[in-house]
Design a protein around this ligand. Structure first.
Ligand code: AMP
Ligand code: ZN
Length: 792
């Protein structure tokens, strides 16, 4: 009974230590039923018997000795946790001799107790504190003689809990300290202001400083984090941070080391210490290898600094860690290397075999698979609907190798010389001088930020030049001429040239689609979130990219061009063929003439930034990268939706993280992507018109593939058989829905989602009503139900 209570007490005491460091495992000899007690009583007598009995009842081991020699022998052999020496009356001197001898052996975990008479505390000199006399002689405390076994038992338990256990804990802490001091990873412990309190042995070797020089130095003088802002944010929140550190050696060389920083709260809630652990095992091996000939490191990655590992002598985890460490110490590091390293560490630390297996599997996938290339699960119902599987397959898979080497007639090489011709055609010149649009167009453009903006009416009113009118209006609203330091006329010319280079013959990829994407982009940028996130040049680049993103689209997919051996496919090596062409042609045309070049007054650096952004956004419209862009955006910018707010660990997005340039890029890519395929989220009549146009374009491609005996990219998109409603249901299910939900959660334009859901239900209804072909859809458009004004 007593023993089990002591045990609970024992456990509680040990749990007072750092919450994530369990040191119980090191103190196996501390279990209370194994406590060893040395009794040094020169003459066997009653007091020794009482103590012996008390120990026996506690289940403790007792060794009795009579003199110093015996005491030393036994103590050295057994390392007793408690030593009790008879220091009464005439034995006082001998007792002190034993105590001194034992102290000389320096067994730190032991408690030495002097048994004294009651009078010891009462009759001594008033000015002297008796206990001090005992302590001065090397005892830890005095215990008054006692003939009651119960009282002695209670005293012994008190002594064990309050004195023996803390000493054992201290001994454990020392052993851990030694382990850290000697381990091969460099370790620094700092206070909350990052002043070094502890640096282990390896630090000297790697950094070239003496330990005394490191102590109390501010760590930031030596160690610079690549991603300091993120690191600080994480640490402030009490979270562990993983990242690369640039460690400056005393000799001024810098070594990049993968590291983790663990905040530690010794008391309270705020971190009192930071533990820096640098993955230097592998570096250290280099140091050891090279130290025979030279005292400093070879440059990282140089072949003679690499030493092969003794594979036979290490476990597979260790091998993996080593090879990851090797990768880490190369001068360049891909984020995937960091991820694999973190997972490897997690796997090494994981206890459950299931978790280990799952992490192992994850690492395999990360190492071997095209990470963002989606695959359709065999069981998925996408295979049940051939129209959907055709469409989604064609949209998201990269072009296959060309099976046909015939050339197509698509040729845009003469376009640059067209610019002059276009600019000098009379009607355009006249229009350049009179930027005011006809009244009805102006009235329409007043609502250019509405999600219900009627782009088809603008197409009609503008004589199929919606991009010019909408572009001038929106770009002026966004002060594009002022921001680019160009005159309005250059912008007019630019929009004219861009619009003329869209193919009017395409039913879908013409300048009305470009204008539609431009309108959606401008609407998105009116949102509060994007107003904060995007700077003026971002906005300009986005408008330029949206207007030009499909320029000179041939009305056929990249896959078609590859299959046909088209010269664009040859030029761009079958990679991002159309998007590369749109971006390249945009700049070719822009730079071809001073009167068109809206960038001509930008300084070189600003031009570079705008050019990068325009290209990046145009390339982001490539659908084969759809899941990659979406996944990256969701991972970084995901905002809590209503359902996820109840989840305890879902964090609202951190705006300082969003403002990192790489994350702003993710947002800009998502913005143009959503604008590009926003047609299923527009009011029903617009949505149907867009669907009709894209279906017609797909059908024309199939017609031509068949005619030219090319591989048919989407066999289901045959005008005689294709179910248009089914294609839209699949398109919304697999491409649009998740993306628009995520985008709406980010910028809050709920009408997009409302229309998307309504349209989805309508396509289902049309499908059930047997509406299928293009003619069916055209009849539907003429029907009374769609001639009614659409409610919003
Ligand atoms: P872009 O060529 O830049 O316009 O990229 C958008 C892709 O999505 C194109 O391949 C279009 O064919 C496709 N797309 C857009 N809207 C639809 C739609 N309603 N149904 C099927 N595919 C669509
Ligand atoms: Zn497009």
């Amino acid at each position: 009974m007593i023993i089990s209570r002591i045990y609970i007490f024992n456990v509680l005491i040990f749990q007072k230590g750092p919450s994530d460091v369990g040191c119980n495992w090191l103190i196996s000899s501390s279990a209370p039923d194994h406590v060893k007690v040395l009794l040094a009583f020169p003459r066997g007598e009653r007091q020794a018997e009482v103590i012996g009995l008390a120990c026996e009842r506690l289940g403790w081991y007792v060794t009795e000795v009579r003199d110093t020699e015996e005491a030393l022998d036994q103590f050295q052999a057994r390392c007793h946790e408690i030593v009790i020496i008879d220091r009464r009356g005439r034995y006082c001197q001998q007792a002190d001799e034993i105590c001194r001898a034992l102290n000389n052996i320096h067994h730190q975990a032991s408690i030495i107790i002097a048994i004294v008479k009651k009078s010891f505390f009462t009759v001594s000199d008033q000015d002297k504190i008796s206990t001090l006399q005992v302590l001065d002689n090397g005892y830890n405390r005095a215990l008054i003689e006692c003939s009651s076994t119960e009282i002695v038992m209670n005293e012994l338990i008190g002594i064990y809990a309050n004195e023996v256990q803390p000493k054992l804990q201290l001994a454990v802490a020392h052993s851990l300290y030694l382990a850290v001091h000697r381990c091969r990873d460099m370790v620094h412990v700092t206070n909350d202001r990052h002043f070094i309190q502890f640096a282990n042995e390896v630090s000297e070797k790697l950094l070239g400083y003496k330990l005394e020089e490191l102590l109390n130095k501010n760590l930031s003088e030596i160690v610079i984090c690549e991603n300091f802002t993120l690191m600080n944010q994480q640490l402030q929140k009490g979270r562990e941070f993983h990242g690369n550190m640039n460690c400056k050696r005393k000799s001024d060389e810098t070594i990049m080391i993968s590291s983790r920083i663990i905040p530690f709260c010794a008391y309270g809630r705020r971190p009192t210490h930071y533990i820096y652990i640098y993955d230097t095992t592998y570096l250290l091996e280099n140091v050891e290898v090279t130290s025979t000939s030279s005292s400093h490191l070879h440059p990282r990655g140089s072949s003679h600094s690499l030493r092969s590992f003794d594979i036979g002598s290490v476990g597979s985890d260790l091998q993996r860690r080593s090879s990851v460490a090797k990768l880490h110490n190369l001068p360049l590091e891909a984020p995937i290397t960091k991820v694999i390293s973190l997972l490897t560490t997690a796997m090494t630390d994981a206890v459950s075999p299931d978790v280990v297996a799952q992490i192992d599997k994850a690492i395999e996938i990360l190492k071997t698979t095209e990470l963002y290339e989606p695959y359709v699960r065999e069981a998925d119902e996408i295979f049940n609907d051939p129209v959907t599987s055709d469409l989604i397959g064609a949209l998201i898979s990269a072009p296959q190798y060309s099976r046909d080497s015939r050339r197509s007639s698509n040729d845009s090489s003469g376009r640059v010389s067209q610019v002059q011709r276009i600019l000098h055609q009379q009607p355009l010149k006249t229009m350049s001088k009179s930027p005011r649009a006809p009244r009805d167009i102006e009235i329409l453009l007043d609502g250019c930020f509405n999600w219900e903006f009627d782009i088809f009416r603008l197409e009609l009113l503008s004589g199929r030049r919606p991009l010019y009118y909408l572009g001038m209006n929106l770009m002026n609203r966004y002060s594009v001429p002022a921001r680019l330091n160009c005159d309005e006329r250059t912008l007019q010319n630019w929009l004219t040239v861009i619009e003329v280079n869209y193919n009017v013959a395409n039913s879908y990829h013409n300048s009305t689609h470009a204008a539609d994407v431009l309108q959606a982009t401008a609407r998105f940028m009116e949102s509060d979130r994007l107003k904060v996130l995007l700077d003026p040049l971002d906005e300009v680049a986005a408008l330029v990219a949206a207007a030009a993103h499909d320029i000179d689209h041939p009305g056929k997919s990249s896959q078609f061009l590859c299959n046909a051996g088209n010269k664009l496919a040859i030029l761009y090596n079958d990679l991002s063929v159309l998007e590369s062409h749109h971006a390249a042609l945009t700049f070719r045309l822009t730079l071809s003439d001073e009167d068109v070049n809206i960038f001509k007054n930008l300084d070189a650096e600003t031009y570079k930034i705008v050019r990068y952004n325009v290209i990046d956004m145009i390339l982001a419209t490539e659908m084969t990268k759809h899941f990659e862009h979406l996944a990256k955006f969701v991972n970084v910018c995901s905002i809590r939706t209503e359902e996820s707010q109840s989840e305890p660990f879902s964090d609202p997005v951190d705006s300082s993280v969003l403002l990192l340039p790489e994350n702003v890029s993710l947002v800009k890519r998502m913005m143009i992507k959503c604008a590009d395929v926003s047609n299923p989220t527009r009011p029903l009549t617009f949505c149907i018109e867009w669907t009709k146009r894209i279906a017609e374009e797909y059908f024309r491609q199939t017609d031509e593939e068949k005619k030219k005996k090319l591989p048919v990219v989407m066999p289901m998109f045959d005008r005689s058989t294709c179910s248009i409603p089914k294609s839209q249901i699949g398109f919304i299910d697999y491409i649009i829905n998740d993306m628009m939900e995520a985008w709406n959660a980010f910028i809050d334009i709920p009408e997009m989602i409302t229309y998307m859901k309504q349209n989805y239900e309508k396509w289902k209804e049309y499908n059930e009503r047997g509406i299928s072909t293009l003619q069916d859809v055209e009849r539907l458009q003429q029907s009374a139900e769609l001639q009614m004004p659409q409610s919003t």
